[in-house]
Design a protein around this ligand. Structure first.
Ligand SMILES: *[C@@H]1O[C@H](CO)[C@@H](O)[C@H](O)[C@H]1NC(C)=O
Ligand SMILES: *[C@@H]1O[C@H](CO)[C@@H](O)[C@H](O)[C@H]1NC(C)=O
Ligand SMILES: [Mn+2]
Length: 434
């Protein structure tokens, strides 16, 4: 026994000894190696900061961190917040809206759209005079009107998450233009309560929320009497409530509909026995809105390419719902400017409700949606088109069909939806409604 143990330790002891590295060959952990190489890189470019910050203690084969290193005074200042905030009781940089990018605005605060102020009382009918705002972002968490992939009830929060990097910045395409730091008071009103158990009740909850929202007071910078809203869907059925609420304030609205599908389908042509409950869904709501008398006859689709369910659908789109069409592939013949021109010409001076379905984009740009159609526009083409519409009179809007189930790794759809929403808000800021 003893001999065996002795032999064991002798052999392995020798082996271990044989593998022992000289101090200059000492192995560092991966993290240490990375830090050391980062330090080396900075050294190479003659920036000495990291060299002092991460020091290798040769004697103890240890990597030293700033805390252990006696930094020269000026460096200690750079490495600490004491330069600007000497007083620990000074929290002036921690208020909402005060934090800048370098101090962590992207992750700060609650999850509101683009860090807009949260407003808890937009749907409170007792606060109509006290609470003033000009434009509201609201969430419509509803996806029980959808026919294929569900999940859009998670769209509003997902789109908000996609706008974490927004701030009061300036447009790279419109000189000096900021959406946030402009005349309009824009707020995030949170999500409307919408029951997942009864579509008719849910859509009525949304309608009543939007109706009371529009009854709030506007700021004195606003020439108009009513605030406006952009609703984050939610499946596309939510537009039914939005158009209804907008119609009450402005009369008939003209719908600018970005979508790969018509959404004007007459449900009774598909199946004459369809129940009343099923007849209102994310493919039929525009037919209903027109039937109810809420929409004009100069409506227009942009980006169509979904196959028609019934041979008569594209014809009824015009005769029953008053829509003209821009197909996705039209971009190859008339170009972006041709599309902008056609939309503006169709809408004229009408009050416009923009209803946006994220599936208008190519699946490469926006993969996470309820009914994917290949062959769509890129996000650059689309944003160019929306921004090109400056001057139209937007009285209400929504961004729908973001179903974030496929967005979990990169948030791509939600980020683009956020950017689209910002472009729509810009149209509202550029052209106030009297
Ligand atoms: C809210 O607006 C609607 C019209 O959109 C109007 O009928 C209603 O009386 C208003 N309610 C209040 C409390 O102002
Ligand atoms: C509708 O219902 C009627 C009466 O039950 C039936 O004869 C007809 O086949 C149904 N149509 C469809 C398309 O289901
Ligand atoms: Mn749609």
């Amino acid at each position: 026994m003893l001999t065996k143990q002795l032999l064991f330790s002798l052999v392995f002891g020798q082996l271990a000894l044989g593998f022992q590295l000289r101090p200059d060959q000492q192995m560092f952990s991966l993290e240490e190696q990375m830090l050391a190489s980062a330090s080396k890189k900075y050294e190479d470019t003659k920036i000495k900061f990291l060299e002092d910050y991460y020091k290798v203690d040769q004697e103890n084969n240890a990597l030293m961190f700033a805390a252990d290193i006696q930094l020269p005074d000026d460096l200690a200042q750079i490495a600490s917040q004491d330069i600007t905030y000497k007083d620990p009781d000074d929290t002036s940089d921690l208020y909402p809206g005060k934090t800048d990018r370098y101090n962590g605005i992207t992750q700060a605060g609650w999850l509101s759209f683009g860090h807009l102020p949260m407003e808890m009382h937009c749907f409170d009918g007792n606060m109509l005079d006290e609470l003033e705002f000009d434009i509201a972002v609201i969430g419509a968490p509803f996806d029980t009107g959808i026919s294929y992939k569900p999940g859009a009830r998670f769209g509003p929060d997902s789109i908000r998450q996609g706008t974490r990097r927004f701030s009061g910045g300036f447009s790279p395409y419109r000189k000096g233009f900021s959406v946030w730091n402009n005349w309009a008071k824009i707020v995030d009103c949170g999500n409307v309560p919408m029951t997942p158990l009864d579509n008719r009740i849910a859509l009525d909850q949304l309608y009543r929320s939007e109706r009371v929202l529009l009854n709030h007071t506007t700021t004195k910078e606003n020439p108009g009497k009513h605030p406006r809203f952009v609703a984050l869907g939610g499946d596309h059925t939510i537009t039914y409530s939005g158009i209804r609420a907008a119609y009450e304030k402005y009369g008939k609205v003209s719908v600018l509909h970005f979508d790969s599908h018509l959404d004007t389908v007459n449900p009774y042509h598909m199946n004459p026995n369809v129940t009343e409950y099923a007849a209102l869904n994310h493919g039929t709501y525009l037919n209903w809105a027109h039937k109810k008398g809420w929409t004009n006859t100069n409506n227009i689709h942009a980006g169509l390419r979904g196959w028609y369910e019934d041979i008569g659908d594209p014809e009824r789109d015009y005769t029953e719902s008053g829509f003209s069409k821009i197909m996705a592939r039209d971009i190859d013949s008339i170009g972006i400017h041709g599309i902008i021109h056609k939309i503006k010409k169709t809408l004229g001076d009408s009050p416009v409700y923009i209803s946006f379905d994220i599936d208008v984009l190519d699946p490469a740009s926006a993969p996470s949606t309820g009914a994917i159609e290949p062959g769509g526009w890129t996000s650059r083409e689309l944003l160019q088109i929306i921004d090109g519409l400056a001057g139209i009179t937007v009285v209400g809007a929504d961004v729908t069909e973001v179903s974030p189930w496929g967005d979990s790794t990169n948030e791509i759809t939600s980020i683009i939806a956020g950017e689209v929403t910002r472009s729509i808000l810009a149209l509202m800021v550029i052209k106030p409604v009297e």
